[in-house]
Design a protein around this ligand. Structure first.
Ligand SMILES: [Zn+2]
Length: 137
């Protein structure tokens, strides 16, 4: 098996709904994301996946749909308030934690037809959540 990865970064705001702690207040992060793609066979160019294509598929989606957006729980009443004010909001089932944002990115990349092995999501340089359908190795 071959694995390739690419790192991405973007800025976002969020708050954790019905959470007892300072993350219940609206605040922002500069996220770092690593997307790993696994393949069994290399293509005719000797590549698992062209890094340029990975950037096009994942990077463009991050730039257009996640960067400088506010992520909120689907239950958070602030989502409608921000929408009414013309702000784009990304609604996350559950809560917009690093764990669920890693899963959101994983599922989106998978739906683009790529075999995602793992997504790492750094909420800060010291705090990372990872998501994979398989056991971590
Ligand atoms: Zn936060």
């Amino acid at each position: 098996m071959f694995v390739v990865s690419r790192d991405f970064s973007f800025s976002y705001g969020h708050r954790l709904y019905r959470y007892d702690g300072k993350c219940s207040r609206l605040h922002g992060h500069n996220a770092e994301v690593r997307v790993e793609i696994a393949v069994e066979e290399l293509d005719s160019n000797g590549m698992a996946l062209d890094f340029v294509r990975l950037k096009e598929i994942v990077g463009n989606w991050i730039d257009e749909s996640l960067d400088h957006r506010v992520f909120l729980s689907s239950e958070d009443p602030l989502a409608q308030v921000l929408r009414d004010a013309g702000e784009p909001v990304v609604v996350v089932p559950g809560n917009p934690t690093a764990e669920l944002l890693a899963k959101t990115i994983h599922d989106r990349v998978e739906s683009a037809g790529l075999n995602v092995r793992r997504v790492d999501f750094w909420e800060t340089k010291n705090c990372r959540a990872s998501y994979s359908r398989d056991n971590f190795r």
